[in-house]
Design a protein around this ligand. Structure first.
Ligand SMILES: [Zn+2]
Ligand SMILES: [Zn+2]
Length: 163
C-alpha cells in the first residue's frame, strides 16, 4: 500500500511506498518524522490509517477532480458546434460518446481510501476497501473537519505565544 500524507509540520505532501511496514513517515521537505501506527494491514486488508491510527476511513474513485466534468464540457461544446452546422445526429453522437467515455473511465479507475482525520490517501490492491469502508459521510467528515480546525487554531496560538 502506498500512503500519501500531508506533513503536519509544514503542510507538504509526501508519499511512502509499503506504508504498512514503515516504522515512521519522514517529510522530505522539513524532515519532520511521525511514527507509524503499526498493524494497519491485516490479511483481510486495511484496518486503520497507518499515519494517525484512525479507523474511520472512506473510499472514493481515484479520479482526478474535474476530469469527468472536462469531458462533459468538451463533449457539450463539440455537440453545440455540430448543432450550428445543423447536424443533429452528429451532435447527439458526440453527447452520447462523451457520456459513455465518462462511464467507462469511472468504471476503470481504482478506488482510493482516505482517512477522515488526517486525509491521508491509501492506494494499492492490498488495501481492499470494498465492503468495510463506505463513501464519504458528510456527518463524520464534518466532525473531523472541525477537529482539524481546532488543532490548526491551537497551533496558531502556540506559534503566536512562542514569538
Ligand atoms: Zn514537513
Ligand atoms: Zn489518518
Amino acid at each position: 500500500m502506498e500512503l500519501t500524507f500531508e506533513c503536519p509540520n509544514c503542510g507538504a505532501v509526501d508519499r511512502t511506498k509499503n506504508a504498512e511496514s514503515a516504522n515512521g513517515f519522514v517529510c522530505r521537505q522539513c524532515g519532520h518524522t511521525r511514527s507509524a501506527h503499526a498493524g494497519s494491514m491485516t490479511e483481510a486488508g486495511l484496518v486503520h490509517c497507518p499515519f494517525c491510527g484512525t479507523e474511520k476511513l472512506y473510499v472514493q474513485k481515484d479520479f482526478p477532480q474535474g476530469l469527468g466534468l472536462a469531458i462533459v464540457i468538451a463533449g457539450f461544446a463539440w455537440a453545440t458546434w455540430y448543432w450550428y452546422q445543423v447536424r443533429p445526429l452528429a451532435a447527439y453522437t458526440v453527447l452520447l460518446g462523451s457520456a459513455l467515455l465518462d462511464l467507462v473511465l469511472w468504471k476503470k479507475v481504482p478506488d482510493v481510501t482516505i482517512c477522515y482525520r488526517c486525509l491521508g490517501q491509501m492506494r494499492g490492491p492490498d488495501v481492499k476497501p470494498i465492503g468495510r469502508f463506505h463513501p464519504f459521510d458528510l456527518e463524520v467528515g464534518e466532525t473531523f473537519r472541525q477537529e482539524r480546525m481546532r488543532v490548526a487554531e491551537l497551533r496558531k496560538k502556540q506559534a503566536a505565544g512562542s514569538d
